[in-house]
Design a protein around this ligand. Structure first.
Ligand code: PAF
Length: 291
């Protein structure tokens, strides 16, 4: 059984499900609350802010680090998805994680594997249109992590708004005894939402990518000034993003949080979600008009 104990802070790196369960059961017996930060690694400040967001709510922070193959379609970037475990380990330790759960693919998906969790409808819209298997993979791995870790609290970033809403739905629909908390989007100084995939951007693409947030901010100002019409707001965002020559819009939608369906007017609980391609790199972002 592989367990490495960090000499300075006691952070453990655990690769095996059974070992993790045993360690967590001991903590639970002594009344400790467990928090889960699910990640695919290659940490940036957005990931680390998830650790900050959960730290005060639990006694033990488990960061899972697993590049989940089932959420990548056949033509997607699974093989080239950025990875740097040594760096991730250092950053998680510095940020105060107690355990990194770092399983291999065979540990999480022993063959044969037949069972998936699917959230109907919600997983078919927005990003689900161009990534048909993506959310099935996400809900399946998150459900597995919930069953393995049995966290009291789990944290997800607002950046992946559709993922967040789908996971909240799954937790409600399947009665997972987990409190889901939400961490705000973390941005680069120029407004680009942090993402592990930003490293794929060429120099020119990286220069133009902040247009996405600039467009969302422009829409926000317009709404503050009284505009509520969805078409006008989407048109404004479209024009602004199209002013960047390398940007190719996949979608711009004003949608309701409750069902991810388009709304005609801005209303409480509605938000704008966008997906924009720069070359092969697909960037997503979103902005809510009400808190
Ligand atoms: O947001 C991510 O990094 C992943 O989709 C998640 C939630 C860790 C599941 O693999």
């Amino acid at each position: 059984m592989k367990v490495f104990k960090d000499s300075e802070t006691g952070m453990q790196i655990i690769n095996e499900i059974d070992k993790l369960k045993t360690v967590l059961m001991d903590y639970r017996k002594t009344g400790k609350r467990i928090g889960l930060v699910p990640t695919m690694g290659y940490f940036h400040e957005g990931h680390l802010s998830l650790i900050d967001a959960i730290r005060g709510k639990v006694d033990i922070v488990v960061v899972s680090l697993f590049v989940n193959p089932t959420q990548f379609g056949p033509a997607e970037d699974l093989d080239r998805y950025p990875r740097d475990f040594k760096r991730d380990e250092r950053l998680a330790r510095e940020r105060g994680a107690d355990i990194i759960f770092y399983p291999g693919v065979k540990e999480m998906y022993p063959e044969p594997f037949f069972t998936y969790v699917v959230t109907d409808q919600l997983s078919e819209v927005l990003c689900g249109k161009s990534r048909p298997v993506h959310f099935r993979g996400v809900t399946t791995i998150v459900a597995k992590l919930f069953n393995i870790v049995q966290p009291d609290v789990a944290v997800f970033g607002r950046k992946d708004a559709q993922q967040l809403i789908i996971i909240q739905r799954m937790v409600n629909d399947l009665n997972f005894p987990v409190e889901v908390i939400v961490a705000p989007i973390v941005r680069e100084p120029d407004g680009l939402a942090m993402s592990s995939r930003n490293v794929y951007l060429s120099e020119d693409e990286r220069k133009q990518a902040p247009i996405i947030y600039a467009a969302l901010q422009k829409a926000f100002e317009t709404v503050q000034n009284g505009e509520t019409n969805a078409e006008k707001i989407k048109q404004l965002i479209r024009q602004k993003i199209e002013s960047a020559e390398l940007a190719r819009i996949e979608y711009i939608e004003l949608i309701a949080e409750r069902d991810l369906q388009p709304v005609d007017r801005v209303e409480p609980g509605s938000f704008v979600a966008v997906a924009v391609l720069f070359g092969k790199t697909r960037l997503i972002d979103n902005l809510a008009f009400f808190n």
